[in-house]
Every structure is written in C-alpha cells, then in structure tokens.
Design a protein around this ligand. Structure first.
Ligand code: AMP
Length: 115
C-alpha cells in the first residue's frame, strides 16, 4: 500500500469512492469521470504501478481482475449488450493513475478503433 496513491487510499476506505465489489485480491469502484453510462475500475488491492510491472507472482490477481470484470458487467446489466476492457500502460497510453486498473466500459455503443 502507498499512502500517496489515490487508489490505495480508496481500497483502504480512506478516500471516497462508489465501491461496487471488493474481495481479498481486488476492488472495483465507479470512475469519477465516466466516459460511458457504465465505467467501473477494477484494481488489485496490492499496489502494482502498471501492467508492465507485473510478475509471475501476480498471476492470481490478474486472473481475478478479469473474473471480477465479468461479474461487474453482469451486476451492471451490460454482460449481454457488450462492454470493453481497457488497460492504459505508460505515457503513450495516457496512464494517469499509476496503480494498475482495468476500465470496464459499456452501456451504449462504443466506437472502435481509437487512437
Ligand atoms: P488512466 O490512468 O488514464 O487509465 O485512468 C485513470 C482513471 O482513474 C481516469 O478515468 C480517472 O477518471 C479515474 N480516477 C482518478 N481519480 C479517481 C478517483 N478518486 N475515483 C475514481 N476514479 C478516479
């Protein structure tokens, strides 16, 4: 945990967020600036700065993040209509928060490709 990391603070309950799911490995909460009707961030409880920093040890966490993304999509009612998962990694991808997170986005027709 890093006290200077906003997502660590949210996971610890020290900063506000609309939490939609939490277990021993991951947390999921609503993005503060949603880009679609549903926009949830799935994050590891452990502080991992970016996908480029993960190791073999993090395999269970990474698997859980995808399972929770599916679960969130069901909870939010977009599992059938469709949704997109995004991981921004590093400056060219415009990663702003350096705590690994999976964007779960849906609720309307999404454009693709982008960039
Ligand atoms: P990125 O690092 O570019 O993949 O995106 C970081 C995301 O975190 C952005 O979509 C922000 O709107 C979102 N975000 C930043 N601070 C908060 C916060 N305190 N609560 C919820 N979402 C946040």
């Amino acid at each position: 945990m890093s006290s200077s990391c906003i997502f660590c603070r949210i996971i610890q309950g020290e900063a506000p967020a609309q939490m939609v799911y939490q277990d021993e490995l991951v947390s999921a909460f609503r993005d503060i600036r949603p880009v679609a009707p549903v926009h949830v961030l799935v994050v590891p409880n452990k502080h991992i700065a970016a996908l480029s920093e993960v190791t073999e040890e993090d395999q269970a966490i990474l698997g859980r993040m995808l399972l929770v993304a599916r679960r969130v999509a069901e909870q939010e009612g977009i599992a059938q209509s469709g949704f997109r998962l995004i991981v921004n990694n590093g400056p060219d991808a415009n990663q702003i928060v350096y705590h690994l997170h999976l964007h779960v986005i849906g609720g309307h027709r999404l454009r693709f490709p982008m960039g």
